[in-house]
Design a protein around this ligand. Sequence first.
Ligand SMILES: [Zn+2]
Ligand SMILES: [Zn+2]
Length: 257
Amino acid sequence: MRCDSDYHTHPQGHAIRPYTVELLQPWVNRCRERRIESIAFTDHDRYHEGIDFDIIDRLREVNPDLEILIGIELDNDPVTSKAGLNWVEANWDRLDFVLGSVHYFPSAEKMFDGADQAQQLLDKGIELAFEEYREQLGIVIGRGNIDCLSHLDLVKIHALIPDSYDPAAFFTPVLDRIRSAGLALEINTAGWRKKIGEQYPSEPILQAALNLGIPITISSDAHSYVQVGEDYDKLGLLADRLGLQKPTRYWRHQRRR
Ligand SMILES: [Zn+2]
Ligand SMILES: [Zn+2]
């Protein structure tokens, strides 16, 4: 498959860095270098104050050859996600694409996916951690205001996996909800850069999603412009194995082929 879109990127990284054309232009340049035709900026909802729709309009004007989507990654942060959700609701019509994701176990203070956070799973017990993670996904889906689920099996990030874990069976109830809610699912190459050394989600989950007819987007989860389209050669091979012919694209929350 030709991997020509990247629908999960973080120009602000992990801070509020207000959008400017200077901040965003290197990301667009990187797309051109890597033959990516459509990019979605999806900063974390806790940094929504940095997002500037007028800057996106300006960026579109000076880069008419590329499709630039403005989006956000809305998670389950116990402190900030309420405000994030309100912001998404208020700006829904100006946004193109909203990702939904789970980075927190219930009432945890820190995201579990930090490199130093494996202990969160060990303290809780790995099986319970997986159960709680899946429950949180259900909450994010039920809350609405999203188009696509991010890194569906992120809970595997530290390579701590329950003994009896069957990825497709474990996530099928979530896939069923994704399908009935009319949402998409992303393939995210960031997992190849983590301890688990595998894209999100795993191949059996992707196969199950495709069998259910769930649309698939592709993404790098880049936190720097140099990571745009990272590992897309590998991703192309994976898509070929799965029989996936084209990544799904969006515009103003509508799916386009
Ligand atoms: Zn995320
Ligand atoms: Zn992300």
